[in-house]
Design a protein around this ligand. Structure first.
Ligand SMILES: O=C(O)CCC(=O)C(=O)O
Length: 275
C-alpha cells in the first residue's frame, strides 16, 4: 500500500504559496481507501495492531454527532502507518515547503458523523490555525495533508480554508479547533479579507494546507460519516522553540526537554523524505 507518486509542478507551488493550500490529484487507489476505511472501524473499536499503546486513551463521545479524533493512529494501526509515513507524501510536502527533508510531526484519524439533515454544531471544527497549537516548533513552515476517504464537499462537512490567511502570521488565540461557534470565531479572526474556500475532494485526493492557514468545517448533513486520515508534516531539522505553550510532542523529547532539541528521534518523528 502506498501513496501514488505525483510530481508537484511550479504552478502547484505557486498556488500553495499564494492561497495557503493546494489540492492534489487522487493519491490513493480504491483498495487503499477501502483499507483505510477498515482501519477507522478497527481504531474506533479499540482494535490495535502491534504491541504499542495509543498516545491517548480514546473514549467514544456521548453525543452521537460529536467529532471523533485520534492522534498518532500510526502507533497502533498498520494502514495509517503506511500512508502517513509514505515517501511520496513527504516528497510532495518537500516541494511545497521548499525543504530538503520532511518528518512526521503527528497524524490524526478523524471521523465526523453524518446527521442526516439534522442541524447541529456538534461535529464542527472551529476556525483555527494549526500552528496555534504548534508554537513549540521552531518553524511555521509546516503542512497538513488532509486525505479524504470518500468524496467530500460542504454537504458532508468538508473543510474550508481562508484564502491567503497563511500570510497573516501566527495569530494570537488561534488554537480554536474545539470551539464550535463558527460565526463567533469568524467575528474574532476576520479582521482582514475573509474568503472561505471549500475543499472539494474526491475520495483519495488530499488538501495540503500551510500551518498558518485558517481552516475549519461544519455539519455533515449526509447520512454517512466523513472519514479522513491526516498527516501533519515538518521540515527534518525542526527543533523545540522556547515558548509558554506546551505540546504533547515535547514528552517525546524525554523527561526534561530543552529548547533547541530537535524533533528528530526517528521512532517518534519518522523521516518521510530526504532529497
Ligand atoms: O477535519 C476537519 O474538518 C479539520 C481538520 C483539521 O483541522 C486539520 O486537519 O488540520
Amino acid at each position: 500500500m502506498s501513496v501514488i507518486p505525483y510530481q508537484v509542478t511550479e504552478e502547484d507551488k505557486r498556488r500553495f504559496q499564494e492561497d495557503g493550500y493546494w489540492i492534489s490529484p487522487k493519491l490513493l487507489d480504491d483498495d487503499t481507501i477501502a483499507r483505510l476505511r477498515e482501519a477507522h472501524e478497527r481504531i474506533w473499536n479499540s482494535k490495535y495492531d502491534g504491541f504499542g499503546l495509543p498516545m491517548h486513551h480514546f473514549t467514544m463521545p456521548a453525543n452521537p454527532h460529536a467529532l471523533r479524533k485520534f492522534d498518532n493512529g500510526w502507533w497502533i494501526n498498520d494502514e495509517v502507518h503506511s500512508v502517513v509515513t509514505d515517501r511520496n507524501l513527504g516528497h510532495m510536502a518537500a516541494e511545497l515547503l521548499n525543504e530538503d527533508s520532511i518528518r512526521l510531526w503527528h497524524d490524526q484519524v478523524i471521523y465526523k458523523p453524518g446527521t442526516n439533515g439534522q442541524e447541529t454544531s456538534a461535529g464542527n471544527v472551529g476556525w483555527h490555525q494549526d500552528y496555534g497549537y504548534w508554537r513549540v516548533s521552531s518553524t511555521t513552515n509546516m503542512v497538513t495533508v488532509w486525505i479524504a476517504l470518500q468524496d467530500t464537499d460542504l454537504n458532508n462537512g468538508g473543510m474550508m480554508t481562508i484564502l491567503g490567511s497563511h500570510k497573516w502570521g501566527a495569530v494570537e488565540g488561534s488554537d480554536t479547533f474545539f470551539e464550535q461557534d463558527m460565526g463567533k470565531l469568524r467575528a474574532k479572526f476576520a479582521t482582514r479579507d475573509w474568503v472561505e474556500e471549500p475543499c472539494i475532494l474526491k475520495a483519495g485526493q488530499a488538501s495540503f494546507h500551510h500551518a498558518l492557514t485558517f481552516h475549519g468545517s461544519g455539519t455533515n448533513y449526509s447520512s454517512d460519516p466523513r472519514l479522513s486520515v491526516v498527516a501533519h508534516l515538518m521540515p527534518g531539522d525542526t527543533y523545540f522553540r522556547e515558548v509558554r505553550q506546551r505540546h504533547d510532542n515535547l514528552k517525546l523529547l524525554g523527561a526534561r526537554p530543552q529548547p533547541g532539541m530537535r524533533f528528530d528521534r526517528e521512532e517518534y518523528f519518522p523521516t518521510l523524505y530526504t532529497r
